[in-house]
Write a protein of this length. Sequence first.
Length: 235
Amino acid sequence: MAAKDRIIVALDVPSLEQAGPLITSLASYVWCFKIGLELITAEGGPQAVRFVQERGGQVFYDGKFCDIPNTVGNAAKAAAGLGVQMFNVHASAGVEAMMAAVANKWKALVLAVTVLTSLEENNAHLIFGGSSKAKVLQLARDAKIAGCDGIICSPQELELLGKQKELVGLLKVTPGVRPEWAATGDQKRVMTPAEAIKAGATVLVIGRPITKPPAEIGTPVDAAKKILEEIAAVL
Ligand code: C5P
């Protein structure tokens, strides 16, 4: 896989008007654009997907479905019908819900969200009753059993996941990626792009370091090029 195919840009902006210039300028430097809850809620999911597709971009529909199997299955059918490359479901919705998503995925890839990269260890204990690593491992196994194509986790869990024979073939998609020059923001379990790729990430989800780069880095395209160089150096 080329460096370009290792980047998904998170389009966390409030409007399609703001997303437009990012899509047209970045489309040839990255694999895919992630439409998340902000744009889906502000502009409508199908509208946002079509907007990206009309500008030559591929879409990761980050709807983070977390509901009963019947609802997740029907939401999956709707997302797949939009012609997106991939969509996701929370692994904590359970194996049956993930299976319902897989049954309706058509040509799309299904990713399972494990433990959000914004959660610190004490939050993971409070919410999941265990360490983030233990929970990510358990949820990754559930995702594999359910037939998901991949999981979303922090780069910090990749080493552990890579040692599990039963998880071979599962795509590892990692947000929580921060180049040395970017602010961490609300992300807690982070690594640099090069570290994440070396640790075994299949694809990196990167938002603010590309869409709102520090002034000294330049434009979103400058930031994407810098990250591409960093990734290419370790491939
Ligand atoms: O701006 P930043 O690089 O932090 O964006 C990361 C993106 O990945 C956000 O859109 C966020 O919703 C998403 N995400 C995440 N952690 C997860 C799953 C998705 O940060 N576990």
